[in-house]
Ligand binder design. Sequence first.
Ligand SMILES: [Zn+2]
Length: 307
Amino acid sequence: MYPTYSKWTLPNEVYDQATEIMEWRYADNGPEVIGDDCFEMLRACNEDEEGSPFLPKYFKQQTRLEAFPYYGKDDSRTNMLWSVFEYAAEIVSHREDVSESLYCDIREKLDYWKEYGEFPPSKRKKRKLPTGDIAAFRICVEAEIKSLVDQAIKVAKGKGCPMRLQSSVQNDLQLKISWSEGRSSSWGGTRNGKPYISLAVADIKLGKTQYTFNEYSHIAQLKEIGSCKGSREVYLASLIAHELAHVAQHYSKITKDYGDFTEMDAQGKASICMPKILKVSHGSGWQEIYRYLRFNWVNKLPTYRNC
Ligand SMILES: [Zn+2]
């Protein structure tokens, strides 16, 4: 099937980042850079006829200047390409010049694309404010989230954590909780120099008892940090652990405290530069911190199950 094109576009930052990811993979820089699914995608590109829009050399030009290529909903290459953009959007979101609302907008479009195999209509649905039981339920869940965040911070400050959570996080952490149906993506890192977590919790519903926490496609299959199932507590704890690991990762750039990941400079002194291992958003540094939180906390919760 030949790809069709849509007029819908993403910000240039995302295209640049997605192109870079494809090029990393194309140069075969190692599986830790991005998951096997993207490698598969690039292999598929190479099998396409000459001039495929998925070849990195054409990709940038095509997607930026003309339009966005996509296959039909059932084409596995759509999912592969989606995962590159998902990853690109995540990396871009950690740039200080990309606002949270821009990131949410990108994610909303990507999620729509994944779900329906095409791009979203431009009009947004009007939001209804909850009343009665739902409003009361949300207040309870928000209290539960705050308590779980406290628990997560305690665990992340543990001695064995590969990068112990910086002590100022406890006082300075800004927590935002969003119930917006249009928002499916949470975020963790820093905003204006402060540790910051924004949780999208629209999947939490009154009366729902079983939850699945879906991890990013390139780590979903990993045993200790992959997708998991359980009660609301398991779902929320997984979400918080994932984002708090990003806080530890990105806040280190401000505190210059890189824990076990600290690199030595040419004089043998601890370097103040951010170690490579922490730079990649879902790279091995983040994975180690997240693994510690999952293994020592989330995965021990009573209803926790692997997917
Ligand atoms: Zn993440």
